[in-house]
Every structure is written in C-alpha cells, then in structure tokens.
Design a binder for this molecule. Sequence first.
Ligand SMILES: Cc1ncc(C[n+]2csc(CCOP(=O)(O)OP(=O)(O)O)c2C)c(N)n1
Length: 672
Amino acid sequence: MDIATLRDKHAHHWNMAAALRVLAMDAVQAANSGHPGMPMGMADVATVLFTKHLKFDASTPDWADRDRFILSAGHGSMLLYALLHLTGYEDMTIDQLRNFRQWGAITAGHPEYGHAKGIETTTGPLGQGIANAVGFAMAEEALRARFGAGVADHHTWVIAGDGCLMEGISHEAIGLAGMQKLSKLIVLWDNNNISIDGKVSLSDITDQRARFAAAGWRVLACDGHDPVEIEHAMNEAKDSDRPVLIDCKTHIGFGSPKKQDSASAHGSPLGPDEIAKVREIYGWNYPPFEIPAEIRTAWAEAGKRGVAARHVWEGNLARLSSTKREEFERRMAGDAPKKLATTIRALKKQATEAKHKVATRKASEMVLEVVNPVMPETIGGSADLTGSNNTKTADLGIFNPDNRRGRYVHYGIREHGMAAAMNGIALHGGFRPYGGTFLVFTDYARGAVRLSALMGIPVTYVMTHDSIGLGEDGPTHQPVEHLAMCRATPNTYTFRPADVVETAEAWELALTSKRTPSVLALSRQNLPLVRDKHTTKNLSAQGAYVLREAEGKRKAILLATGSEVEVALKARDLLQAEGIGTRVVSVPCMELFAAQDEAYRKKVLPAGPARVAVEAAVRQPWDRWLLGERGREAKAGFVGMDSFGASAPAERLYEEFGITAEAVAEKVKSLL
Ligand SMILES: Cc1ncc(C[n+]2csc(CCOP(=O)(O)OP(=O)(O)O)c2C)c(N)n1
C-alpha cells in the first residue's frame, strides 16, 4: 500500500504510525547516528501490534502475564523507544528520545535489558532476539502448565529482519520452536530485502517461508504497510497450533524519496533536506519531538488497553491458594527456596563422609538429584549430550508439546540456540535454566553466553569434559583456551570445582545468583575428594581458600583448580617429603576471589613463598595471581597447556604435556 492511499483510507492509523517514523528519523538525526530505515519500514506493523494486539499495560511494565515484545532487529531500537514513549512508559521521556545514544541515556544504541522498562531483552547481535523468544515462549508454556491459564496466558511477539533470519542461530531457534509447537510465538518478519551491503539477494536466496514451514511453523503473509492485512494476519496468527511467521512485505525507509528501498536508509541519518521532504510526504507539520495532542492521546489510550486484563489477572492471582501464590511470587522474584541451603549442606556432609571419588560432572548430577526436587523452578537440558553432561535427573520429565510440566529440554545439537533460549527462559521469569554441552563448545554458544553476562541474568552453563582429561576424543574436544575466555568475560562466574563438595558449593552459588551467569567447568574423569573436613560454610564463595596448610616453614604456594587440585596435593607431598613447606590453595572461582577484600586475599596469597599454578589450560588468566597480589616473576611458575591437546588416554596426555606432580614439584624447586 502506498502512502497516498494510506493517508486517504487509513488516516488515523497513518498518523499514529507517522509519529513513530518521525520520532525515529528525528532522533537518529539528532544523534547523528542510528538506524532510521527499519523503524520507518515497520511502523505500520508495530502500530497495529501495539494498538490492537499486544497485551500490556504501560503503567505496570512488570506485569507477569503481559505479552512479551522482542525487537530482534535491535538496530531499529528507536522503533521500540518511540513505542514505549508514546504508550506512556514512565521512564521513557521525550528527553530520553532527544538524548538517543548519548552517555547516561536509557536510549542506548541497541535496546539494553535493564535500561528501560519494556525492554524485555538486549538485542543488537542479530538473531539473538528471535532465539531468546523461543525461551520466552517455552517459559510461558511451562508456567501455564504449573500455575494455570488464569495467571500465565500470553504471547511472545518478535520483530526480526532479514539479518536475524540469515544468522545461523535463527536456524537453531526455529527448529527448536517448531518441534516444541510453541503456538504462542509469533515472528513478524521485516521482509524489506535490504541489509547493509545492499539487496539481500547479494548473499542469500533462501526461501524463508519454506524454511519456516519445513521446521513446523505456520506461515502467513501480509503487506506490511496495510493495516487491515496486518491485523488480519495477526488475528490468524493468534489462532494457531504452531509457531507463526508473518512475512510482512515492507519498504525500508518508507517514504524517503532518495533512500526508500535502498541500503542507504539502513544505518545513517537521512539528513535535514531529506527529512524535510519526508515530512511533506507524510503530511507531518510538527517540529522534531513534538507530537500533536490528538495522536499523543490515541497512543496513550493504547498504552492503557491492558488495564482491565491486568485487573482480571490480579484477581486470578489472588484467588490462587496462598501456598501457590507465594510460590509464584517467589519464583518470579528469582529467590531460591529456603531448603536449598540445607540440601546443599546435607550433601556436602554426606559426600565428605562417603569420600566419593567421582568425576565432577557426576558430582554435578548428584547435586541436581537433590536440588531439582526442592527447586521446582529449574529447567534443565543439554545440547544432545545428556548422558555426558549428566544434566538430567530422575524427577524432571521431558518438556515437550505433550508434557509442558516436564522440566528437561532436549535442545538438540544447538549450543547457541540453547544458550539463547535459556536467556529467554531466565528473562521471562519463573524459571532457572541450566544447560549442558562440552566446555570446548562454549565457542558455539558464545554469542548468547556473552549476553547472559551483559544482561546480568543467572543462567547456568554446565560445561563438562573440561580439559585434556577427557582423553581420546582429542584436541577438537579438549578445551585449552575456554577457561580464559570465560574468565575474561565480565560478570561471569567461572567455576572449576575439584570434587563433590566444591561442586555442590558452586551449584549453590549459581542457583542463588541473581545477576551473574555461571559456567561450571566439570571433569570427565574421576577425581578424589579433596575436602576431607566438613564445613557448613561455603568455602567456594570466597573464590579461593587454603585447602592444605604447609607443614613447617611455608616456602611454596600451589594454586590449582578442578582436576589439577589432585596434582597439586601430590606435588605438595613430594615437596613436604623434602622439607619444603607447601600450601595448596584451591581456586574454584577466580572472579569471587578477586571480589574478596585485600586482607583475605593477602591471607591466602602472602608475599614471600614461591607460587606455582597448575591448570590443564592456558596460563593467561593466572598472571594476576602469580605476578600480582604480592607475587614476583622470579618466584612464579605455571604448569599447564601452551598448545592444543592430542588424542590419547588421559593419563598419557597428562604425562606428555607435563602436567604431573613431579613437574610441579620441580618447578617449585627451580624457583626456590
Ligand atoms: C551478529 C551481527 N552481525 C552483524 C551485525 C551488524 N549489522 C547490523 S544490522 C545489519 C544488517 C541487517 O539487515 P536487516 O536485518 O535486513 O535490517 P534492515 O537493513 O532491514 O534494517 C548488520 C549486518 C549485527 N548487528 N549483528
């Protein structure tokens, strides 16, 4: 539909949509940076969605049963900010729009979760939003199954562009959503055939409709500028038994004489002359950031459409039994149940007595066996490595279209999709997702893992087979740089527990974290229990602690994590036998150790003794603990990996790569 017809036949709709377009165009111009083309292209779709379909109440952005709106095409952030502003989200003031992309403004270049109400997830890295949405829709299904449609019954709407659909992660996401029959997930595809380099056909000829259909989606289409067609498609989409793609045919930079349908509309300001022309074409005679009262009122009305539904919902929630309501509220708040601490303590005590010698992946399963029954909000899963990651416990049941009460997800071989879906589940609220793969495939999940950290959401990554200790699968499967990568990521706890006790402590910390994701790096091979004295206190919470004190004068400190704590303890025996007093420090989590006060860190790592760290991975993250923190280069050494691993039995690999007690003891002696 062209602009003249729209203005003629759908004047009211046109003006409402024009308000979005102009705000986007003007804010990008004011910032002298940003992406006007996408908001100008999708304004009609967004207007129909927000005025007719989206269930929300701008006065109560946290209403648990609101529809979720996810702008997967995050570069079009001004579309979202304009919608939030016009519908009356309190924090999204006109000044925030004026300050688009400026220091301190909540209107960041790309929508950032936590900056403004109504931003459900951080988007910008293309494909993440659509993959998060799968998690949102899964969480909605699971919450409804547990608490009933009276308190959980909402849709997840996504705007995704050609870029989102071209990204590999979208394939993982749509495959998972199709299999899961997530009928309340609706993706609005901004099909404008333009990306940054030019026409999409420069790089892609995929039949997207066929691709979605092949994955089990329902596919609808509309003219993305015709409000009647859009509304019709949305009505139909809400009545589907499968997830729905609506192919919205649009024009990027709609109405810009020079830039419409071209890549030049994508990511730079239109310029004052072009903006003046667009204003004329739109019939918009108001200065920048001024919205006429009538249109402002109509948008504010849209922001209140959901008030009645919210009241009904509040009544429904109030009518739940008090136990169920409190459980709902606890879970939405992300608070761990009181029983968690006692459960972990009991397991630690029992493990200390039983002296279990198990792989930490097995230890993790032992923890989950006792935790999952007392934490009904956990949703576990694995990217097709369930039997290796030990992520499934007896009580969970499988989450699938026939069993929405199931709490275990077979994510398939989709590490990136799994991580992004877990972000969505966590963001939705009511659940604590954890999911497993091999540590080496942290790479494959990386885009979404980084966003867990950036958003500050407590997803738990169960990353097993954490070193050359996995043995015969060889260097393709043996991580060496991955611990460094996880530790280099801000706001991420990288745990590498040494035994059952530390594994239980790491899980406790992961499951009580509110704003930090956790990576649990777990061994394939069996490890002895090194924490032989029971403490109710969670020692791993300090990040590092003295596991064995030196006998006699302390001449050396060994630092180790995970499977190499055993190596360090053996090295200590060798050194002590020669009269070299040696302390062993276990370092299950460097980030938590770094967060301790100076006095504690000094107690664990005093100046003076030689320091040797041992970890079957690259040295990079260790330098602070070896050279900094009162350490000295002349008295510091590292025993670990400086190359990729190899395919052989684990014991042979440890010998060949020189990660042995003897090598550690020699290193210490060379430093004394
Ligand atoms: C993972 C990722 N790769 C690259 C980019 C850079 N980028 C931002 S938008 C864009 C093109 C997107 O095209 P499309 O989705 O069609 O958006 P439109 O041009 O229609 O606004 C690219 C490559 C990104 N944001 N994320």
